[in-house]
Design a protein around this ligand. Structure first.
Ligand SMILES: [Zn+2]
Length: 269
């Protein structure tokens, strides 16, 4: 390794370390995992609201605001948002139903939930819809977006630091930037992404139980999805998520905890 490459790498590590320790450390609700994020709750709320408003404006007439499907989503989203609000009282929880065939739903930072009608063809009961909406709400509560931005910020600063060291040697810079970028892709983004998905499954399961839904239905739902997608491309919603087998196995592991939460809910109610 040449002196210049050494200098670049050392600089990159120093910048990454500085950024890392300047991030806010906190604990994820339910799982208790320690994480660092790049944005405050208020900033996430602001960002989510912007994207939510833009989404509603773009979808226009496809936004559904009445009828049986709307009532179902309202019922489930509001019950789950109430549970999410216990852990994230700063978020302004809102939801929208959009008339699209995609089997999909998402929750923006700050608690803005969007459900596509295509999901309602697959998640047929309130408990099953709560499985998916609970999972999506969990991404927001666990601040996975802000965590991702924090990690990307680390990568960007590392690349920027390396670029300073190679200002007069663009070819070398390309090599190091490529190395750092690939490392970040494989070493940071992908495994973390999967961890975030599993974490959302866990939190979502606990949330649906706290909201009074049957956590066993999460297993029924994912098994049904597994059968439905056999031999064909998985729906878009599933492609970034864990495989069905892993997912069902993990959910079974969290089920006793979820059932305890469900009993507590029933005693209070
Ligand atoms: Zn997810």
């Amino acid at each position: 390794m040449g002196r210049r490459i050494m200098l670049g790498v050392v600089l990159a590590i120093a910048v990454v370390a500085f950024t890392y320790f300047s991030g806010e450390e906190q604990k994820v609700p339910v799982t208790g995992r320690t994480q660092r994020v790049a944005m405050s709750d208020a900033q996430q709320e602001q960002l989510g609201l912007q994207v939510f408003d833009q989404t509603l404006a773009d979808e226009g007439e496809k936004v559904i605001e009445s009828g049986a499907q709307y009532e179902q989503v309202k019922r489930v989203a509001e019950r789950l948002a109430k549970v999410g609000a216990v852990d994230k009282p700063e978020f302004e929880w809102e939801f929208a139903l959009v008339d699209r065939p995609e089997v999909n739903a998402f929750c923006l930072p700050g608690g803005k939930i969007v459900v596509f009608t295509g999901l309602l063809d697959v998640a047929k009961t309130d408990d099953q819809l709560a499985t998916v909406v609970g999972h999506e709400i969990a991404h927001a509560v666990a601040e996975h977006g802000a965590e991702r931005i924090f990690r990307e910020e680390l990568t960007n600063r590392a690349v920027a630091a390396a670029s300073g060291a190679f200002a007069d040697d663009p070819q070398r810079f390309q090599q190091v930037a490529g190395l750092l970028g690939a490392g970040a892709q494989v070493g940071l983004s992908l495994p973390w992404g999967r961890e975030q998905e599993s974490e959302s499954d866990h939190i979502g399961l606990i949330y649906m139980a706290r909201a009074g839904y049957d956590p066993n239905e999460a297993i029924t739902f994912w098994q049904g999805m597994s059968k439905a997608s056999k031999g064909q491309e998985p729906p878009e919603y599933l492609s970034t998520h864990p495989s069905h087998g892993t997912r069902v196995q993990q959910i079974r592991g969290w089920l006793p905890e979820a059932q305890r939460e469900r009993r507590q809910h029933d005693e209070v109610a």
